[in-house]
Write a protein that binds this ligand. Structure first.
Ligand SMILES: *Cc1c(COP(=O)(O)O)cnc(C)c1O
Length: 391
């Protein structure tokens, strides 16, 4: 296993063949200077990297404790960290001679990112999405279609993300020669968790260089939200060996850890297999995967990347959680205090820094990974606050 007892390739034989092909290709290209140069150029010229490291002066002064910086992944093209990963995987798919990208999506964020990369690379793109989610996220369905993708509404079971995964995998298994399965977080069978971490680790490499330039030293703490765990592992990667840098992952506690309505896998999950990996997973007493809930679609996942399960086990990363209410408070706070509307996912990490900063001395430096921008969430927050917006 790649991460202690976590990781692995728990997939049926016919899919294992394709996963092995991705593994071999990645092992080759990850050390190919031309591949690495092309990836770096895409991050720079297309995604707009490096993203800024911003000192949040108003918030720091208002909370009256630790010095707070934000890593501005919200400023990337398409408004979140997801673009880093989809550019890397799409480039690999192209090198492997694949003609088509396939992915599943829940609320549509990963679907839109994948469709974006497919448009850029001139590849065919098929996004599987539960029919219920298609209705809820009609705007994202249209966005994907605008970008040239075919959206397949999945009509079986509960018609949400879980069925979309099954449907995408089924289609992939029928066209393994031409199609690349693009996974949206640091999850799935090996090599995906490692590959996604590598593609996202540009976040922590930049934080390190920018912090050394601004403060002449490393931060004391890095905080990131955890759904599948890709923005968090990207923000942590380059600090894993710097033992003095405290790393904190924040999950969605939804309506509270004492209710069934949460997605706090690291906090309350058990060891088990989900989506081809051995990791922590939220299970029902009968062993079925739990239905999960969070106000934030991006954190609403019953599993977590296997490296997070490992990093908790060895005590390197601390995992905690924030409720819907705490996230909404953080969403509104950052908007008013800094003029930055954060994604509701990222707002979970902001809630954590709001709890911690005031208890820490002024010399302490905390970096929060601002994984995405919140334009997509404005309508939902307004509704939550009982405001009716007229289109
Ligand atoms: C998708 C998403 C997340 C959650 O995904 P991770 O893989 O856990 O990073 C977090 N923030 C934003 C803005 C997202 O779009």
């Amino acid at each position: 296993m790649e991460f202690g007892k976590f990781g692995g390739q728990f997939v049926p034989d016919h899919i294992l063949k394709a996963v092995k092909e991705v593994e071999e290709a990645y092992n080759t290209y990850k050390q190919d200077p031309e591949f690495l140069h092309e990836f770096k150029t895409l991050l720079h010229e297309y995604a707009g990297r490096p993203s800024l490291l911003y000192y949040a002066k108003n918030m720091t002064e208002d909370l009256g404790g630790a010095k707070i910086y934000f890593k501005r992944e919200d400023l990337n093209h398409t408004g979140a960290h997801k673009i880093n990963n989809v550019l890397g995987q799409a480039l690999l798919a192209k090198k492997m001679g694949k003609k088509k990208l396939i992915a599943e999506t829940g609320a549509g964020q990963h679907g839109v990112a994948t469709a974006t990369a497919a448009a850029l690379f001139g590849m065919e793109c098929e996004i599987h999405m539960g029919a219920v989610d298609c209705e809820k996220q009609a705007l994202n369905v249209y966005r994907m279609e605008l970008l040239g993708a075919k959206v397949v509404p999945v009509q079986f079971g509960l018609r949400t993300l879980k069925e979309a995964v099954d449907s995408a995998l089924m289609t992939w298994s029928q066209e393994l020669d031409t199609t690349f399965y693009l996974i949206g977080s640091a999850v799935g069978p090996h090599p995906y968790p490692v590959m996604v971490k590598d593609f996202q680790s540009v976040i922590s490499r930049e934080i390190k260089a920018q912090m050394l330039e601004k403060e002449g030293r490393l931060p004391d703490m890095v905080i990131a939200c955890v759904g599948g765990g890709s923005n968090a592992i990207g923000a942590f990667a380059d600090f894993l060996d710097d033992k003095d840098v405290k790393l904190v992952g924040v999950e969605a506690a939804g309506r509270g850890l004492n209710t069934k309505d949460h997605a706090a896998t690291m906090m309350l999950g058990q060891t088990g297999v989900i989506h081809g990996m051995n990791t922590k997973v939220l299970l029902e007493p009968d062993g079925e995967i739990s239905p999960v809930y969070s106000i934030s679609a991006g954190l609403d996942y019953p599993g977590v990347g296997p490296e997070h399960a490992y990093l908790e086990e060895i005590g390197r990363v601390e995992y905690t959680s924030a409720t819907d209410l705490e996230a909404i408070e953080a969403f509104e706070y950052l908007s008013k205090k800094e003029g930055i509307i954060p994604a509701i996912e990222s707002s979970h990490a902001i809630a954590e820094v709001m709890k911690r900063a005031k208890t820490l001395p002024k010399e302490t430096i905390i970096v929060v990974n601002l994984s995405g921008r919140g334009d997509k969430d404005v309508k939902q927050i307004a509704k939550y606050q009982g405001k009716t917006l007229i289109d």
